[in-house]
Design a protein around this ligand. Structure first.
Ligand code: MV4
Length: 681
């Protein structure tokens, strides 16, 4: 076995390979781009080397730089992970030339499967079933038209040079064929510089079922059963599971045998995946073979109990396969979902940004989280925006689906948009639980899977309000404990007012809608009344807010939990599997919107605690003028525009009621403005 392994990748797969290597006593070498200097995989590895600037083409795709690190570090083998150089035959060749073991198939096998058209021809020779069609070199329109008639409509026109679904065209009937063919060729020429096409029988509702194969260099080759990856969006897998729901044992066995035959045909070595389309009749057809470990290999690991990276390392080191076909068995059911930084409300546009808060479910034999990021990390625009994979396992599919729903409910991301709610909508969809999967699932259930970010439910608003109030009370107590005058009325966090019942108003922005909660302080609780809530929506709320944002609430005697994550004025409430983002409107901050031209007055009671400039001073816009304390927070009053402070109406220590004029301010070139307000900080 190797003593030192270089992982030529990043993110969750790099972390995952490092963990297996460490378990096997293999020292690990990581490589990182400038953007990944503080990344988790760099921290986990025994040593880490910089390989270039952030763009992948200047770092993780630079084979020369990676081989240079292998040489300098003394790594005997390189694991390419997936993506990047994992299916690059030239890189595999360069490793061999450099005397470094490439953990993957031999270069010729990568090349053989590289061209989809050539691969199909080789598979046909190996007796692997192909979709009935025409893959010939003679592209004469008359030949193609005749072939189409022989296949029988509907047919699919696919670019010879293409893959991944680009440029496919369905032709329902013969009369449409000539025009569709001409259009397909024009499109193929502009997309691939090659206008050759192949024709296939169109499968209306296929499932994407792929078989994991493993071959060693001693002639052994096994199938580790199948994965159903039908739920895809624009040819990007979203949900994967093993075994394929409803697949009978006979078909399973045949698919395994066919996949092994395909691997043997190209003298395969290492981990590989043979992809098929399975149609409702139970017939299955080869579409392509992937010559790398796949993102979704984890579900196979969960149902076979094998560590496929360990298998890869042992096979690459020349050892025989750890198990034979008869030693392998399926146990239970596993499902994986890919958590992406993308915005379903914005056509799933990839998101980049800082993960202000990242929370995952607790892991055990039922729940696994493969991730390469932590709270505070940044999701970069340079790489795949996958944040993590959630993988669940249980004894049967229904139980696994329930685990998936729970795991998603406990997955919390604040700071950028993710597809979490979209994944939860799939996991909770009756069609998914029923197992009626096919590659058009998302298209078919589009309406049910759309983001439902309507207004926050009243209860969510109550929970957010309770969290804000408990947080303020905790801060007030903490400040009082630190201040010289712990019994000062300012030290209270309960909205106490002289000769008036203690009450306040909380305002949140919920999307574009402003929502207000009138609150009355009570001993140990708050009476909350949503001003736009259902009538009679008053509720006595109490609870406990913990450091990690978890909230134990009692709303009128109903006890429930939530997690409220605060980032500045932004709150995200996670409750019962959903999440909702609200923005707390700080009254003083709101008033700063009334800049020149509006009445400038302090919108709430407070105390002047500092005057920062002399009257008559010329100031720039935004220059701090005065500090006021209100609602247990300090608020700095800033110049609303370039101008001159004419005078202050109050001194330090003065109490001021809401609405009082604070400062006379002359905007350059305008009449003096009365009062001015601060913004919270
Ligand atoms: C097909 C097909 C239906 N009939 N071929 C999409 C990309 C490539 N993997 C093959 N693909 C398909 N080929 C015939 N004759 C439907 C698809 C297809 C698909 C296949 C697998 C997973 C997701 C898919 C999404 C759309 C279309």
């Amino acid at each position: 076995m190797f003593s030192k392994l270089l992982i030529a990748n990043r993110g969750e797969i790099a972390c995952r390979v490092i963990r297996t290597a460490r378990r096997l006593g293999i020292r690990t070498v990581a490589v990182y781009s400038e953007a990944d200097r503080d990344a988790l995989h760099v921290e986990l590895a025994d040593e880490a080397y910089p390989i270039g600037p952030a763009p992948a083409r200047d770092s993780y795709l630079k084979g020369v730089a990676i081989l240079d690190v292998a040489e300098r570090s003394g790594a005997e083998a390189i694991h390419p992970g997936y993506g990047f150089l994992s299916e690059n035959a030239q890189f595999a060749q360069a490793c061999a030339r450099a005397g470094v073991v490439f953990v993957g198939p031999p270069p010729h096998a990568i090349r053989a499967m590289g061209s989809k058209g050539d691969a199909k021809a080789m598979m046909a020779e190996a007796g692997v079933p192909l979709i009935p069609g025409y893959h010939g070199f003679d592209q004469h329109p008359e030949v193609l038209r005749q072939a189409a008639r022989t296949i029988g409509f509907p047919i699919l026109i696919k670019p010879f040079a293409g893959g991944g679904g680009k440029g496919m065209r369905v032709v329902e009937a013969p009369e449409a064929f000539p025009d569709q063919l001409a259009a397909a060729r024009r499109e193929a020429m502009s997309a691939f510089g090659d206008d050759r096409v192949l024709l296939e029988k169109y499968l209306a509702r296929p499932r994407h079922v792929e078989v994991q194969v493993f071959a060693d260099r001693h002639g052994a080759c096994v199938a580790l059963f199948e994965r159903d990856c039908s739920i895809q969006r624009r040819h990007q897998k979203v949900v994967e599971e093993a075994p394929a729901p409803g697949l009978d044992a006979a078909t399973r066995r045949r698919m395994g045998e066919v996949a092994v035959a395909a691997a043997r045909k190209i003298d395969y070595r290492g981990a590989g995946t043979v992809e098929f389309l399975l149609d409702p009749s139970g017939a299955f057809y080869f579409i392509e073979m992937n010559t790398r470990l796949q993102v979704e290999h984890a579900v196979t690991e969960m149902v076979t109990g094998q560590d496929l990276v360990e298998w890869q390392l042992r096979v690459a080191a020349g050892e025989p396969l750890p198990l034979g076909q008869d030693d392998l068995a399926l146990h239970g059911h596993a499902i994986e979902v890919r958590l992406y930084a993308e915005d379903p409300a914005n056509d799933f546009l990839p998101q980049a940004g800082r993960l202000g808060h990242l929370g995952f479910p607790a892991t055990d034999c039922h729940v696994r989280v493969d991730t390469g990021v932590r709270s505070g990390d940044t999701v970069s625009i340079h790489y795949d925006p996958m944040i993590a994979k959630l993988i669940v396992w249980d004894h049967d599919r229904a139980a696994a689906v329930r685990r998936l729903r729970a795991a998603l409910a406990e997955t919390r991301v604040v700071g950028l948009a993710t597809n979490r709610d979209f994944l939860a909508a799939i996991a909770n969809h009756p069609g998914y639980l029923a197992g009626d999967l096919d590659t058009r699932f998302i298209e078919r259930h589009h309406g049910d899977l759309r983001p439902q970010q309507g207004l926050a439910a009243d209860r969510v608003l109550v929970l957010a309000s309770l969290a804000v109030l408990l947080d303020r009370a905790a801060r007030a107590r903490a400040e009082a404990a630190l201040s010289a005058d712990p019994w000062s009325p300012w030290a209270r966090g309960d909205g106490w007012r002289l000769n008036d019942e203690a009450h306040d108003l909380l305002t949140f922005r919920d999307g574009a809608v402003e929502r207000q909660i009138r609150l009355t302080y009570r001993r140990g609780s708050y009476l909350l009344n949503l001003l736009d809530g259902a009538p009679g929506g008053e509720v006595v709320a109490r609870g406990e807010l913990l450091e990690d944002g978890s909230l134990e609430a009692d709303l009128g005697g109903v006890r429930l939990t939530a997690v409220v994550i605060r980032a500045g004025a932004e709150l995200t409430v996670f409750h019962q599997g959903g999440s909702h983002r609200l923005v707390l409107q700080e009254p003083l901050a709101a008033a700063t919107q009334d800049l020149p031209g509006g009445r400038l007055t302090a919108p709430m009671p407070g105390r002047i605690i500092a005057i920062l400039v002399e009257p008559g001073t010329k100031v720039d816009k935004g220059q701090p003028l005065l500090v006021m304390e209100a609602m247990k927070m300090e608020h700095t009053l800033k110049a609303p525009a370039p101008g001159t402070v004419v005078s202050f109406h109050h001194g330090v220590g003065d109490q001021v009621e809401d609405g009082v004029e604070l400062v006379e301010f002359a905007v350059d070139g305008e009449a003096p403005l009365l009062g001015a307000i601060g913004e919270s900080h």
